[in-house]
Design a protein around this ligand. Structure first.
Ligand code: HXC
Length: 514
């Protein structure tokens, strides 16, 4: 064979394998509004940057008639490429080949690219579209998942791990994403569940659709498994590119610096917060009054919306924001919002991203539901995460900072580096109404006019504690600042903290209240 015919042969072989499960299966995929695995990679990565490996790998199964079956690439594509000129490792499961199910060789391809990502210290992106463990391969598929989960855990906190759910993902296909840092879902396309509708029907006799069981909305709003929600695959890929621009390539690097920009001239920061402390406002407006170009990439926007988490830039550098949202449940802390914030704080800490906390909340949510759902255990996660974090930590108390919430939201006592308060801040063990009812119960009950006495006592308590000056007098907050100076004060605090160095007791690892 001449070189020319060798090359032609190579091209023919490549073309054949690149057709995955064939034209019919590809058509079925397209009818569901889904791109193919290959199209997804090409759409996400920089133009012409994708390099594929293990294209010719074949499955090794021998049972259930598998020996005669050809599964091109064993149902997964792996390779390297760039996003915004920065390298990434990537895999995409091909649902057109045996439903993207995971057999031994399929798993070996994924673990090869995972090892590469960890060794080279570059982000790993996994596009998941899979029926889970390949039933015909038995324990070998389970072994494959085990190898993937182990690597997910090993790489956690070292390189960013991003999971994209672009199809029905069942069984093992959802546990790997659950171990990664960010999970992206797309309306109508993404489904995640451990056991599918058919198993539920046969075991429990219940009928449920895939969408109701584990559709994109379910995971973005209810379970908290998804961090980003998009209407289309194209929107999802834009979200991934945006995220990649904010986060460092590994825990040994800083996120990229961008040219500094002033915030957009929107609402004046001092006019965002209503004078009446009972009237809510959108905390995002304050975040946008602080960040460069008012840009803010919100994470987990639809889950536990009483707390806001996400990335912005200040003077061109990435900052992680954790902020109570007074518009939802007055910004109260509860099981879900504690989980959401704690995990994000740990992410920022692992990847050298300073944390800015904006506080306005009435404490932890009272009630039997929360107590029985484990608010003690879940609420403790946020205490743990802030206490453990050694990145620069700055807090601004905007309005309410009551009770356990005051401590939890990056207080001085958990080693915040800088704590500022607006003059509107109210720092107390609880809200004046609750406090007056407890402390002055006797006086109120015995008064000629109990309501008048109650109001008097509320006022008395407010004057004494519901302001920033008692905490300022103790040095618990560093400075009472004018709202218009918020961005400048945070920027200075971050600049001063750039070389922050903290000594912690030597230990293997802590035991957070998981
Ligand atoms: C082998 C599989 C498969 C699997 C799908 N296929 N899942 N083959 N092993 N796990 C094949 C189908 O046989 C079919 O092949 C093709 O993929 C497309 O599947 P369809 O069922 O036609 O597609 P759809 O109707 O869209 O349904 C998708 C699905 C469903 C919801 C994912 O296929 C399904 O319920 N699969 C089983 C899910 C599951 O229980 N997985 C095992 C989980 S246990 P043909 O040849 O007909 O095109 C697990 C253990 C790990 O993962 C646990 C770790 C902790």
């Amino acid at each position: 064979m001449s070189l020319r015919s060798n090359i032609l042969d190579l091209r023919k072989r490549k073309k054949e394998v690149q057709m995955g499960g064939g034209e019919k299966a590809i058509e079925k995929q397209a009818k569901m509004g889904k791109l193919t695995a290959r199209e997804r990679i090409i759409s996400l990565l920089d133009k012409n940057s994708f390099h594929e490996y293990d294209l010719f790998v074949e499955h090794s199964a021998k049972d259930f008639g598998m020996e005669s079956k050809k599964l091109h690439g064993d149902g997964v594509i792996i390779g390297t490429g760039t996003i915004k000129s920065k390298p990434v490792c990537i895999f995409a499961q091909d649902f057109t080949v045996a439903g993207g199910s995971l057999g031994l060789m399929h798993a070996r391809k994924i673990t090869k690219i995972m090892d590469h990502a960890l060794k080279m210290r570059v982000p790993l992106i996994g596009i998941n579209d899979s029926g889970g463990a390949r039933i015909q391969e038995g324990v070998n598929s389970l072994a494959g998942y085990g190898e993937i989960f182990f690597r997910n855990t090993l790489a956690s906190g070292v390189i960013p791990q991003i999971s994209v759910i672009l199809g029905p993902c069942a069984g093992g296909a959802v546990y790997s994403p659950a171990l990664t840092d960010f999970v992206f879902v797309v309306e109508n396309i993404s489904k995640m569940f451990i056991t599918g509708p058919s198993v539920i029907k046969s075991v429990l006799g219940e009928e449920i659709s895939m969408e109701e069981l584990g559709g994109a909305k379910v995971h973005a709003e209810i379970t908290g498994n998804a961090h980003f929600y998009a209407q289309t695959e194209a929107e999802c890929f834009e979200q991934i590119k945006s995220l990649i621009s904010y986060i460092p390539r590994s825990n040994a690097k800083k996120a990229l610096s961008y040219p500094a920009k002033a915030p957009l001239k929107g609402k004046k920061v001092e006019s965002i917060v209503p004078v009446d402390p009972r009237i809510p406002y959108d905390m995002r407006d304050i975040i946008k009054s602080i960040t460069d170009g008012s840009d803010f990439l919100e994470v987990m926007e639809h889950f536990a919306p009483n707390i806001i988490i996400g990335f912005g830039r200040m003077d061109g550098e990435t900052v992680g924001f954790v902020a109570n949202q007074p518009m939802v449940l007055a910004g109260v802390l509860d099981c879900d919002s504690s989980d959401k914030a704690a995990r994000f704080i740990r992410y920022c800490d692992a990847f050298n991203i300073p944390i800015v906390t904006l506080e306005d909340m009435p404490g932890y949510l009272p009630g039997v539901d929360q107590e029985h759902a484990g608010v003690i255990r879940h609420g403790a996660k946020i205490l743990y995460a802030y206490s453990e974090a050694t990145v620069p930590k700055v807090t601004v108390i905007i309005r309410k900072a009551y009770g356990g919430g005051y401590i939890a939201m990056n207080s001085r006592h958990l080693r915040a580096d800088f704590v500022f308060a607006w003059p509107t801040a109210e720092i107390a063990v609880m809200g004046p109404e609750g406090a007056a009812n407890i402390v002055f119960r006797k006086e109120i009950a015995e008064a000629e006019n109990p309501e008048e006495m109650r109001q008097e006592k509320i006022q008395e308590y407010k004057e004494k504690f519901a302001n920033p000056y008692v905490a300022a007098a103790q040095g618990y907050i560093d400075e009472v600042i004018e709202p218009k100076d918020t961005r400048a004060r945070i920027l200075h605090a971050l600049q001063v903290s750039e070389n922050k160095s903290v000594f912690l007791p030597n230990k293997k690892h802590g035991i957070p209240p998981f």
